[in-house]
Design a protein around this ligand. Structure first.
Ligand code: KMT
Ligand code: NI
Length: 151
């Protein structure tokens, strides 16, 4: 993971058995990820593909953690590091990532133009994205403080 301390250690699971995986169940229980759905992002399957792809790639933050488990395909999450430089994280089948609330990030597909991902959430999902600049939120301050402490 290099200098990306920001994300909780990325996890690896066996995506072939996501429908019945005790390891996944354990994580969901421990982290209270009570809600989940599965999103397929590719030109032919996702309604309003162009619009959504564009939104995913706008630099933004959320007030809650963004948790994604890649079931198939691949893509990139870009996150800002301490120096505000982009760090590109390649995510493929079996990878799970937690982007902490308040981190600036964006997502894009790669040249294969296909990803299938499980979206996990603590309680009812809130999809609202705040495009940068969104520095006035308390969670942003908390995240920056966390970064300073982990330096
Ligand atoms: C998001 O919020 O950026 C998405 O759900 C798209 C990425 S899921 C691999
Ligand atoms: Ni996001």
């Amino acid at each position: 993971m290099g200098n990306f301390e920001a994300a909780q250690a990325n996890l690896q699971l066996d995506a072939d058995k996501y429908e019945n995986d005790p390891e996944l169940e354990k994580i969901r229980k421990e982290k209270n990820y009570s809600w989940m759905d599965i999103i397929t992002i590719c030109r032919d399957k996702l309604p309003n593909y162009e619009e959504k792809i564009k939104m995913f790639y706008e630099e933004h933050l959320h007030l809650d953690d963004e948790i994604r488990y890649i079931l198939d395909g691949s893509g990139y999450f870009d996150v800002r590091d301490k120096e505000d430089k982009w760090i590109r994280i390649f995510m493929e089948k079996g990878d799970m990532i937690t982007l902490p609330a308040g981190i600036y990030h964006r997502f894009t597909l790669d040249e294969t133009d296909y990803v299938k991902a499980m979206r996990l959430f603590v309680g009812e999902p809130v999809w609202k994205a705040y495009n940068r600049p969104a520095d006035h939120f308390e969670i942003r301050g908390q995240y920056l403080q966390f970064l300073t402490q982990s330096a």
